[in-house]
Design a protein around this ligand. Structure first.
Ligand code: BGC
Length: 762
């Protein structure tokens, strides 16, 4: 009773700070936190640094769950990946009513591409090259998540990756630092809005800091090693962009950076993040990444926990190394009280800025939960964004769009499966509610045509692999019939149709965390299906589901139409029907290079010049940079994607070919829609710095614009270029530009460009 009274008193005292909490006056906040921290014991401070797993909290039993005991004792700063407003409210009540100081908890979640209404996987969102839509997807994700108690998001993932073997390319923004930075910024803006304390905005976390996407051999959790010059020019920009955009938290990565795991890397977490970039928010480890430093060979739990804290890491996800060892480390002097205070303060500041001290339940809103989560309005936007993310890779003979009529044979393991449509990381989705390809086609056709279906194949011949690739309730439901029977049925179905749509590729969990592949082709069972379908002589449209670039040279050469839909989210089937039937003209462009074969990996457009460049026509030349058995060309270059219409580029015109100093250079280019229907084109601008003190890439994306053109319409697209666009880090990490010759290139992808050369003097 006494304890309850005390907590009530403290709560009252916290609530009296409401007006202070609501102002964005930092002095008021500091005073509030100073006063709170004066009352905190060392244990309570360390408790704030703890982000344990919640386990499965059963609805109605939150206060009797194991975790509730720890919350009561003030040993928990936040919890994550709990879905359910009631559960969150109940455990928050324990925190504010039953713990000594009544400090509210942070509730985090991996809201990676939508909360309950799911959008395309981040790689797909990136392929839209439409930052307004990317931001809108994040805005909706935050609106839904915050209605159900979540105020802290473990997104965006800003890890540049050039290795499609790595499963997590699906969660990121592709291979390019500029595009990646723009997407990262848009996501941070969408989640956080302008005011974090509003009840429909959430704190974003940029992750995984740093270089997680560069793990050797594309093997998740493997070693990372790279030069600083590459790091700063090519891998750091998206994280930095998030910091500039005001991201509230940063998650350290599992991998090492320069020989020290990121989670214990002071250079990274303090020198770069805080001193160089001025980050003011809180840092959190990845899932047990503190403990894992023991496996990295950095010492026992006490040692690695101290290492992390001293490096600048504030919150310990899952491992409880901080909770269990920091007191001892303080005693023997391996950590300082001031550093514990600093970490604790950063977490309290986040809570304050989120408005949790003024109303710990501000993110638990049953009315909003009922009206806003999975609303028709959100689903409509998801459908629109999904269609914008699709990339038309091939369309021989203009098979697409399909006419709404006749008979369509829909085959393939992904043709009638709802669970896989959201793709990886969809913690709070109800997978079964996604629109299947079959349902989408049927509803678009109505009475105008017929869809007949056959399974065609399983995901793969290897059923163990199938199990591994069907986790988290996202099974493709193995069909026990022999594969010959599945193919026979599919061929029979195809023979009755005017056109065949084959929904094939990866399952949702073939990409994502811990989903590295050593073979990035379409599984053999599905290739065999495609071959059999092609042999019928019917026109075949391949609808490709994938979370990564794939090696599909055979498919490219043999299948007349290929539409890459990534994992489109909740509205998959509808969005697909919109594009297949031409109600929406596809306009996505690849954010990552598709190689011809796996041996070319890593293959990316912004590579460095070699002293022995390949021959102009890319044919083999002895002693040049080329393979004996494959050209250096990608299958589909970065920035590539077709449309149902065609675009023509005029010659780029610059305001001057000899700009000086900080002068702004203007480049204009006429882009015409030369086809018969309206369409959108992503106009891309690349620059090559021809001579430098350090070697420079063959080209770098510097700007892009997505424009709409009616049939026959021509638009003049203008880019303003300044020396800011020419800057790079040299080998001493000096960031500047150098005068000289620059090729400025424009085009609809990174390969097919028109160029103008300027000489820029200082
Ligand atoms: C992942 C993170 C994620 C965290 C919490 C980790 O395994 O690497 O991206 O945010 O789990 O779910």
């Amino acid at each position: 009773m006494k304890q309850y009274l005390l907590s009530a008193l403290v709560l009252l005292c916290l609530l009296t700070h409401r007006p202070l909490a609501q102002t964005r006056n930092d002095t008021a906040m500091d005073r509030f936190i100073d006063s709170l921290m004066r009352r905190m014991t060392l244990d309570e401070k360390i408790g704030q640094l703890n982000l344990p797993v919640s386990g499965d909290i059963v609805t109605g039993q939150a206060s009797s769950s194991d975790i509730a005991g720890k919350v009561r004792q003030g040993k928990v700063g936040g919890l994550f990946n709990i879905r359910g407003l009631d559960k969150i409210r109940a455990i928050q009540e324990v925190a504010v009513k039953e713990s000594r100081l009544g400090i509210p908890l942070l509730f985090g979640m991996d809201v990676i591409h939508g909360y309950n209404t799911i959008f395309p996987i981040p790689l797909g969102l990136t392929a839209s090259w439409d930052m307004a839509l990317v931001e809108q997807s994040a805005r909706i994700a935050a609106t839904e998540a915050t209605a159900e108690g979540i105020c802290w998001n473990f997104s965006p993932m800003a890890d540049i990756s050039r290795d499609p073997r790595w499963g997590r390319v699906s969660e990121g923004c592709g291979e390019d630092p500029l595009l990646g930075s723009e997407v990262t910024r848009a996501l941070v803006r969408g989640y956080q809005g302008k005011d974090l304390s509003r009840n429909n905005t959430m704190m974003a976390t940029v992750k995984h800091f740093a270089l997680y996407g560069a793990s050797e051999a594309g093997l998740d959790y493997n070693t990372t090693d790279m030069s600083r010059i590459r790091m700063f020019n090519e891998y750091m920009p998206p994280y930095k962009a998030a910091v500039e955009e005001g991201v509230g938290s940063v998650m350290s990565s599992f991998n090492e950076v320069d020989g020290i795991p990121a989670t214990g890397n002071r250079w990274l977490l303090t020198d770069v993040l805080r001193k160089m970039w001025g980050f003011k928010g809180m840092t959190v480890s990845d899932y047990t990444s503190i403990n894992e430093m023991t496996n990295h060979g950095m010492g026992d739990l006490k040692t690695v926990s101290a290492l992390a804290l001293n490096a600048g890491l504030d919150m310990d996800m899952v491992g409880e190394g901080f909770l269990n060892t920091l007191k001892a480390s303080l005693k023997d002097g391996s950590v300082k009280a001031a550093r514990i205070d600093e970490a604790c303060r950063r977490i309290l500041v986040a809570k304050y800025r989120l408005g949790l001290f003024s109303d710990p339940f501000r993110y638990c809103d049953p009315v909003r939960s009922r009206n806003e989560v999975f609303s028709q309005a959100h689903r409509d936007i998801s459908r629109r964004i999904a269609a914008e993310s699709f990339v038309l890779l091939r369309n021989r003979g203009g098979i697409l769009p399909l006419r709404k009529g006749g008979t369509i044979a829909l085959v393939g393991p992904l043709a009638d499966n709802a669970e896989n449509m959201p793709g990886t990381w969809s913690v709070a989705a109800d997978h079964g509610r996604s629109v299947t390809v079959l349902a989408g086609l049927k509803s678009a056709l109505g009475q105008q045509g017929r869809v007949i279906t056959a399974r065609g194949s399983n995901l793969d011949y290897d059923s163990l692999f199938e199990q591994r690739a069907g986790m988290f309730g996202k099974s493709l439901r193995h069909d026990p019939r022999p594969s010959s029977e599945l193919i026979r049925e599919a061929v029979e179905t195809a023979m009755k149709a005017d056109v065949v749509v084959a929904a094939v590729g990866e399952s949702a969990e073939m990409s994502g965390e811990s989903s590295s592949r050593s073979d990035i082709s379409i599984p053999k069972a599905q290739q065999d299906l495609l071959k059999a379908l092609l042999a019928t002589g019917k026109p075949v449209v391949m609808v490709l589901f994938t979370g990564r670039p794939l090696a599909m040279k055979w498919e490219d050469e043999n299948v007349p139409a290929i539409l890459n839909v990534w994992f489109p989210g909740t509205e998959a089937g509808h969005a697909l029907a919109d594009v297949l039937f031409g109600d929406v003209n596809p306009s996505g462009k690849l954010p990552s290079t598709f190689p011809q074969n796996l041996g070319q990996v890593p293959l990316y457009y912004n590579q460095k010049m070699s002293g022995r460049p390949p021959a102009e026509n890319n044919w083999f030349q002895k002693f040049a940079k080329n393979y004996l058995d494959v050209t250096n060309d990608p299958l589909y270059p970065f920035g590539y994607g077709l449309s149902y219409t065609s675009f023509a580029y005029g010659e780029p015109v610059v305001s001057t070919i000899s700009p000086k100093g900080n002068q702004q250079l203007t480049l204009t280019v006429d882009v015409s829609n030369t086809g018969a229907r309206a369409g959108k084109e992503v106009v891309q601008l690349y620059i090559r710095d021809r001579v430098g003190r350090v070697t420079r890439p063959v080209k770098e994306l510097k700007a892009f614009r997505k424009i709409s053109l009616e049939a026959g319409e021509r638009k003049s697209v203008r880019f303003d270029i300044t020396p800011e666009d020419l800057k790079f880090y040299d080998n001493e990490l000096k960031y500047d530009w150098e005068p000289g010759e620059f090729d400025i290139m424009v085009g609809g992808n990174s390969r097919d460009v028109k160029k103008v050369t300027v000489n820029w003097s200082k």
